[in-house]
Design a protein around this ligand. Structure first.
Ligand code: SR1
Ligand code: MG
Length: 400
């Protein structure tokens, strides 16, 4: 019989005490739930000296929808194990797992409460110089060390099996590549956007690229992805950047995570047009976001290239010119996935607070029109780019 039971504040506290791992026996502990994500419970347990840990537990359904959307508890195992594997190669940018119990779908994590969620910071117009560089390093290091360039093929296949994540992948497959491009009751957009949405759905060239991106997502086990690199999955401070929440992790195309991240920066870019009235302030925020994207693209490519040259173990894959060719395709994929992130966050089920919380309805509509159009253009033009500068120029040409 399964021992799973969803925690409340009291039982979460009892569980942490019963582990006897984190606090002294006579510690005066308190506990509260503060999760605001789409799927899980998140508790903070804290002692009288302000030492704290986080207890995260998966519910057997998607929290944002309720029990009518059942969801596997196995996502907690996937999340803890992705964090452990990514943490082993990139500890600086991965939240630390302190304990995991697969039956309870519960994970104890370091408390990153001294840092802030990147999405909220960007919405508030705050900047972090380290962001593009740090995320690029996290993505390059974790993806390289789980790729065919580094792992022995048999180990990699065995590992890919343990990270098979069909239910969570199905959510991404539906929300990224299907729902927005057809009539579906999960979609969510204002009536005033209908004409633009219908045009998008009639664009045969665009649908063909989306099909290619979906096919690649379905069957290209290039690396162990985080699977959900939006700005709500990143804790940031002026000194540190840490990734959390890889429950959508699986072996998939390397460009997916990079594209999701850049997509979320661009969603914030569009949102600032509806949020910030003062032109100079808006210009500063825009140029910060574009610089961050440029740094991220360049550092990702450079870091990956260096790792592949210096630590790549598959000799055939080190044939002259192949690393460059491989990275070019990864970046083309990334730009395509970036476009699908913009589209699905504008007209699909799961929106971003950057845009959804713009109070003025007409401003919000203008922003939604821009993010949808930008997404469409990035999908259509990604394959025409060769260098990181081409990708950057492509973005600039549609945001200016
Ligand atoms: C029902 S889950 C909706 C979205 O939230 C997650 O963070 C993923 O981005 C997913 O697509
Ligand atoms: Mg999440």
């Amino acid at each position: 019989m399964s021992k799973y039971l969803a925690f409340d504040n009291e039982t979460a506290l009892d569980y942490i005490k019963s582990l006897g791992l984190f606090f002294s026996e006579d510690a005066q502990l308190s506990c509260y739930e503060f999760g605001d994500g789409n799927l899980n419970l998140v508790f903070r347990v804290i002692d009288q000296a302000n030492n704290s840990i986080i207890l995260k537990q998966a519910l057997p359904y998607a929290r944002c929808v309720g029990e009518s959307w059942p969801l596997t508890l196995d996502r907690a195992r996937i999340e803890a194990h992705v964090l452990q594997r990514h943490g082993a190669v990139c500890p600086d940018h991965t939240a630390k797992v302190l304990h995991h119990d697969s039956e309870l779908a519960a994970t104890v994590l370091e408390d990153l409460g001294d840092m802030a969620i990147l999405r909220n910071e960007l919405i508030a117009g705050r900047n972090f110089d380290n962001l593009g560089y740090d995320v690029a390093n996290y993505l390059a290091i974790t993806s390289f060390y789980h790729s065919d360039f580094y792992l022995d093929p048999q180990n990699k296949k065995a590992l890919a099996q343990t990270f098979t994540n069909p239910e969570l992948c199905a959510i991404t497959e539906d929300l990224f590549f299907d729902d927005p491009y057809r009539e579906c009751e999960r979609n969510n957009f204002p009536a005033a956007l209908t004409e633009q949405v219908l045009q998008l759905r009639q664009n045969a060239a665009l649908l063909c690229v989306v099909a290619r991106l979906k096919a690649k997502f379905l069957s290209s086990p290039q690396t162990l992805l985080h699977g959900d690199v939006h700005t709500g999955s990143i804790f940031i401070s002026s000194e540190k950047t840490k990734l959390i929440d890889p429950e959508f992790g699986f072996f998939g195309p390397i460009g997916f995570d990079l594209g999701s991240f850049i997509g979320n920066l661009l969603l914030n870019y569009c949102a600032q047009n509806g949020r910030v009235k003062e032109a100079p302030k808006r210009r500063d925020l825009h140029s910060y976001l574009l610089n961050t994207i440029s740094t991220c693209l360049q550092q990702f490519e450079q870091q990956w290239h260096t790792l592949a040259q210096q630590h790549g173990r598959d000799l055939a894959l080190k044939a002259p010119g192949y690393i460059e060719l491989f990275l070019q395709e990864v970046l083309q994929d990334a730009m395509g996935y970036c476009g699908t992130e913009l589209v699905r966050r504008t007209i699909g089920l799961a929106h971003v607070a950057d845009i959804a919380e713009i109070e003025d309805q007409s401003q919000r509509l203008l922003v939604q029109k821009q993010s949808l159009q930008l997404g469409e253009q990035l999908i259509l033009n990604a394959k025409s780019c060769r260098t990181t500068d081409d990708f950057y120029q492509l973005i600039i040409s549609f945001v200016h």
